[in-house]
Design a protein around this ligand. Structure first.
Ligand SMILES: [Fe+2]
Length: 195
């Protein structure tokens, strides 16, 4: 996949937005604080001119591509633009850090699960579907580190979404994916399509 240079005005606006997120996060991580972070990221996503298809093209086939826009040197507060095609899906997974996703274009069905076992081991995991949420422009989602979701892109239009994480995805050696059939959990490796 070709590497596309991210426009300087996109980087600058994103950096300013992430700086505001850091101010918000000074209050400490909670669902209430993440709601404020979500509002900030949604307002950045609403500036559609900063995130064009030509600068952030979708990949080929039913997969996704993540463009790293800004990240702290230690990997905290990493913002990606993600574009996924119809058919892209993931198993249920957590993030081992907080995550906020705000849509610019396209629809991504999120299934959010509740873990009912005591999480003492990864051999007999009991997940139940809790709710569904379609991430699209104006309908962002926030996830705490232990929240579990799966994603399913059904829209013909590829997604173009902002993903902001507390840590860089390539640094996450401790996040889990869950197999609903075998009820086992194991490490969920980073997405290989990060640019
Ligand atoms: Fe996720």
């Amino acid at each position: 996949m070709p590497h596309v240079k991210i426009p300087s005005q996109t980087k600058e606006a994103s950096r300013q937005s992430v700086d505001r997120v850091k101010q918000i996060m000074n209050a400490g991580l909670s669902r209430e604080v993440l709601k404020q972070v979500t509002a900030e990221l949604a307002s950045l996503a609403a500036k559609k001119d900063l995130f064009s298809r030509s600068d952030f093209p979708p990949p080929d086939g039913p997969t996704n591509i993540l463009y790293e826009v800004v990240s702290d040197p230690d990997g905290q507060y990493t913002l990606y633009v993600s574009s996924a095609n119809k058919g892209k899906e993931t198993p249920p997974h957590n993030h081992a850090t907080w995550a906020v996703i705000a849509g610019i274009a396209g629809d991504e069905l999120n299934k959010i699960y509740r873990r009912q076992d005591d999480a003492s081991d990864n051999e007999t995991v009991d997940l139940v579907l809790d709710r569904e949420h379609i991430v699209r422009a104006g309908n962002p989602i926030a996830l705490m580190p232990d929240d579990i979701h799966s994603i399913h892109v059904h829209s013909e239009e590829p997604t173009l979404h902002l993903h902001l994480y507390g840590r860089r995805l390539s640094d996450l050696k401790d996040r889990l994916q869950f197999d609903l059939a075998t009820r086992k959990a194991k490490w969920f490796p980073p997405n290989p399509n990060i640019r």
